[in-house]
Structure formats: structure tokens, C-alpha cells
Design a protein around this ligand. Structure first.
Ligand code: CA
Length: 229
């Protein structure tokens, strides 16, 4: 199971709805975590950052709106897209939902197909490699659907770990990743791997990227980690 499957947090108090939604997301290849209340969702968010949050508006205790407000006011979570799910269809509520920073808004009952399309559309912006987009950086092209990588139109041979490292880098060129963040994203948080393993695979990635010549595009940032470009 690849560690770079997109992670979704489903916050829904009604168990039947929560399970149907989770089942559909898992069938689409998502890794799903579930919360029944707003408080539980905020606790989970302190331990783990999902790639997207599906958030029911009407929750017992802390409302979906309040959860959304908190998610969008914290530096660590504010970039996570939030799709609000609501049975309330009044325009004023839609506006209120978007004002709290929700990225999208879906009215219940929704069609699963439509919801999945909205989810993918949010992820196309934040996790393009996870939804099969083609990424490019200078002369390097990575096709996350076919797992093919080329540089200056020549195919590159990459191991599976190097491929995941490269797709992580190519989603956000210039961003500096710490070794811990790379471990989390590329290897998954459930596996214990020494941070030196990251250095070994970065070395292999560099070699692979230069197998037909060209400059080394991976930058070592002293005391911080690695970046592409
Ligand atoms: Ca509810």
C-alpha cells in the first residue's frame, strides 16, 4: 500500500452516513480517518494532517462551522482544504460557510459522484500527484498515473521510493522538506525508519535524475532538509 495515498478526515456524527462516505472514499483509493464530533476532529488534527477534510455542518457540541473556523485559523492546518456537508440549503448559510474559510460546500443529500469530483478538484490544487496529475519541473516530467518520469524527453529509471520522493518534491517545487516530513509523506507514519534512510534515498534520486546528464536539481538545505530547485 503506497504511503502517498491521499488522506481524508471524515467528520460526521451520523454513523450510516459516515460509513457510506468512508466506504466510497476507500474504494477510490483514499486513506480515511473518521471523527464523530468536532472535538474528536480537532484532537485528530493535532496528531495527523489529512490532505482534505469533509466536515458535516450539524454536529453535536462544537458545530462544523466552529471546527472549520479553528482549522482555518491555525497555521498548521489552514492550508488543508475543507468541504462542508450540509442539509441546509439557504443562500445565507452557504455564504456563512464560505466566510469561515470552507473551500467548498455540498448540500445533502449529495451524489457520491459529485462529491468525489469536488474532492478531486480540491486535491488537484494541493496534492496533484495524488490524483493522477502530470507534474513538471524544468525538463523533468512526472506522470503520476502511469508512474513514468522523463528528463529532457528521455525516460528515467526510478525505484518506487525515489518515485514517491520525487512526486512529493514536484508537488511543491522550492518547498524545503525536513527529513521527518519526508519520512511521514513517503514512508508513512506507521513505519519506523531512521532519518538517515532519507539521505540514502535522496542520493539514489539524485543519481537517477542525472542518469542521462544534467544538473542535480535537488538542493540540500543545511540544518533544514531538502528541496527541489
Ligand atoms: Ca450531522
Amino acid at each position: 500500500m503506497p504511503a502517498d495515498r491521499p488522506r481524508v478526515l471524515v467528520v460526521e456524527d451520523e454513523s450510516a452516513q459516515r460509513e457510506v462516505l468512508s466506504y466510497n472514499l476507500e474504494a477510490e483509493g483514499f486513506e480515511v480517518s473518521r471523527a464523530e464530533t468536532g472535538d474528536e476532529a480537532l484532537l485528530l488534527l493535532e496528531e495527523d494532517s489529512p490532505d482534505i477534510i469533509l466536515l458535516d455542518w450539524m454536529l453535536p457540541g462544537l458545530s462544523g462551522i466552529e471546527v472549520c473556523r479553528q482549522v482555518k485559523s491555525r497555521t498548521e492546518t489552514r492550508t488543508i482544504p475543507v468541504i462542508m456537508l450540509s442539509a441546509r440549503s439557504e443562500e445565507v448559510d452557504r455564504v456563512r460557510g464560505l466566510e469561515t474559510g470552507a473551500d467548498d460546500y455540498v448540500i445533502k443529500p449529495y451524489s457520491v459522484i459529485e462529491l468525489m469530483a469536488r474532492v478531486r478538484s480540491q486535491l488537484r490544487r494541493t496534492r496533484p500527484a495524488a490524483v493522477g496529475e502530470r507534474l513538471s519541473f524544468n525538463d523533468i516530467i512526472l506522470d503520476s498515473e502511469t508512474h513514468r518520469v522523463t528528463r529532457a524527453d528521455k525516460p528515467l529509471k526510478l525505484g518506487p521510493t525515489e518515485f514517491r520522493l520525487l512526486s512529493t518534491f514536484m508537488e511543491k517545487p522550492g518547498r524545503v522538506w525536513s527529513r521527518e516530513q519526508l519520512l511521514d509523506r513517503v514512508w508513512g507514519r506507521d513505519i519506523y525508519v531512521d532519518t538517515r534512510t532519507v539521505d540514502v534515498h535522496i542520493g539514489r534520486l539524485r543519481k537517477a535524475l542525472c542518469q542521462h546528464g544534467g544538473d542535480d536539481p535537488v538542493r540540500t538545505v543545511r540544518g533544514a532538509g531538502y528541496a527541489l530547485g
